[in-house]
Design a protein around this ligand. Structure first.
Ligand code: NAD
Length: 505
């Protein structure tokens, strides 16, 4: 990513632009404008105008547009995957996989918005028996989405698809490393909605993101690092704009003594190394019961044979997308080794200029920076534990709390429930991300708010409660005409309803 000043055609004023680069080669993939505060405000104003039309469509009408968009993405999947491959460096198959998941989410959000958000009756209770009570979830208006580069389709789509299905229009600021993918997504939906500003993209760097935060959008969904998340919250506070923060993680995979070690090793290897380890819900730490530790290591090292990073078609791991991350990965590996970690694969020499070769360290001191901070590289820290209690304790000894995995035949669910994180897979990794009905999000420094599923739809709405009086109440409570006799009857009624000594079963 490099920034330059380019004159805008037909005007004297130069428009600042920046290039997105192919991280495997350094080649320019595309040149994009740096949207100014005025550009962002104009996009939000257009989105607000369009929100009237989009928000007043019926759920079925919106679903039809979104399902058409889903079909367009599906038919052009190779084109989008190729662009993502060029901007992120990830292998074509991996780029396709995240689009597949995103397509499934669009379809789910479109098909379920009516049932989840539409008006429904709720019980009004004995005291208010004369009232008919209904609740429905109304669109907020304009939603701002700020996305990262590591999954440039799947990650922002978790907010975009759900916000749109709920009746909002969206202004999306993609990462400066993947602006082309963001623009492609907006262009494809704009085609489907006949040029209306339902989903717009503003490209640029952090300042453009900041302009979106202060633009007066009705909600801001941010996915990225916790460091930036704090700036986003501070900027949004100016207008009391509510935020969702989907930030980083330091997820662990726990292997119990009765686990299927072949499957656990396969999952740990893929969870840690796929997408060159640049996955918020990727596996960074592995805790293995000491009774099976040696067998697990034999298995994972055997499976890791031949796995390598490179730009050729035989390489299953791509480059590190963001050049500055190379130094972070190097520091984490060096610190762990300097503090006494054993090198099982890769190591200090694994870190190159653009690529990092798979690295597996064991007996990594828990206070090394690679155990406490997000590494975001193709590395795994694998430590033996004496019990599953210890595995849970170490897993939870982090300021993050995004996701995780457990491999156990007998105790998987029990261990999963004890992990302080938003999502856990038992006997698989990352499976929850592909289940559209499940909420996605974290706790602690991994952020707050939920995308995906019914929770994800409601996240982009406000609840609207209505009571409708069906008949005059036998006791008029909300009137100055209420007399002492009514007060006494109310007191008797509430004693009858709630005054008894009940044991909760
Ligand atoms: P980042 O925080 O550097 O950037 C994210 C986005 O914020 C980019 O679009 C960037 O331009 C924008 N930005 C930068 N400064 C800003 C500012 N002051 N105001 C507003 N916007 C600003 O993160 P990244 O490097 O692009 O992404 C990697 C991080 O994202 C990792 O920590 C990863 O774990 C996390 N992530 C989390 C999830 C999740 O769902 N929890 C998913 C994917 C990635």
């Amino acid at each position: 990513m490099t920034a330059t000043l380019e004159p805008t055609a037909g005007t004297d004023a130069p428009t600042e632009t920046f290039d997105s680069l192919n991280p495997a080669t350094g080649d320019v993939v595309g040149t994009h404008p740096i949207a100014s505060k005025a550009d962002v405000d104009a996009a939000v104003a257009r989105a607000r105008d369009t929100a009237d039309w989009w928000g007043n469509l019926s759920f079925d009408e919106r679903a039809e547009y979104l399902l058409t968009w889903r079909s367009v993405l599906t038919r052009r999947i190779a084109q989008l995957a190729e662009l993502s491959h060029r901007e992120t460096g990830k292998p074509h198959g991996d780029a396709q996989l995240e689009i597949v998941l995103a397509i499934d989410h669009i379809a789910w959000a479109a098909k379920h918005a009516k049932k989840v958000l539409g008006p429904h009756k709720v019980k009004s209770g004995l005291l208010m028996a004369n009232q008919a009570a209904t609740v429905e979830y109304r669109s907020l208006g304009v939603v701002g989405v700020i996305g990262p580069w590591n999954y440039p389709v799947f990650t922002p789509m978790g907010s975009i698809a759900y916000a749109l299905a709920a009746g909002n229009t969206v202004v999306f600021k993609p990462s400066e490393y993947t602006p082309g993918v963001g623009q492609w997504l907006a262009d494809s939906l704009t085609e489907v909605v006949h040029g209306r500003a339902v989903l717009q993209v503003v490209t640029g760097l952090g300042e453009t993101g900041n302009a979106l935060c202060t633009s007066g959008v009705d909600k801001l969904a941010f996915t990225g690092s916790g460091r930036t998340g704090k700036k986003v919250m501070a900027a949004c506070a100016e207008n009391l704009t509510p935020v969702i923060i989907e930030a980083g993680g330091k997820d662990s995979l726990i292997v119990d003594e009765d686990a299927n070690l072949t499957k656990a090793a396969e999952a740990a290897l893929w969870g840690g190394m796929s997408n060159a380890g640049q996955t918020c819900i990727g596996t960074e730490r592995v805790y293995v019961h000491e009774r099976v530790f040696d067998s697990f290591m034999t298995e994972i090292l055997s499976q890791a044979k031949g796995l390598r990073a490179g730009a050729d078609s035989g390489a299953k791991i791509g480059p590190i997308t963001m050049p500055s991350q190379i130094d972070v990965i190097r520091t984490h590996i060096d610190d762990a080794i300097d503090k006494g970690a054993h090198v099982a694969l890769g190591g200090k020499d694994a870190v190159g200029d653009r690529f990092v070769q798979p690295t597996i360290l064991t007996h990594v001191p828990e206070d090394s920076v690679g155990m406490t901070e997000e590494t975001f590289g193709p590395t795994l820290a694998i430590n033996p534990v004496a019990s599953m209690d210890e595995a849970v304790e170490l897993t939870n000894a982090t300021s993050y709390g995004l996701a995780g995995a457990v491999f156990s035949k007998k105790r998987g669910m029990e261990i999963a429930k004890r992990i302080r994180s938003g999502m856990t897979s038992v006997n698989s990794v990352i499976a929850f991300a592909g289940v559209p009905t499940l909420p996605f999000g974290g706790v602690g420094e991994s952020g707050f708010g939920r995308i995906h599923g019914p929770d994800g739809l409601k996240e982009f709405t406000y609840a609207k409660a209505i009571t409708r009086q069906k008949y005059r109440p036998p006791m008029l409570l909300t009137s100055f005409a209420r007399d002492p006799k009514t007060d006494a009857r109310v007191a008797s009624l509430i004693t009858l309803l709630h005054g008894g000594k009940k044991t909760i079963k």
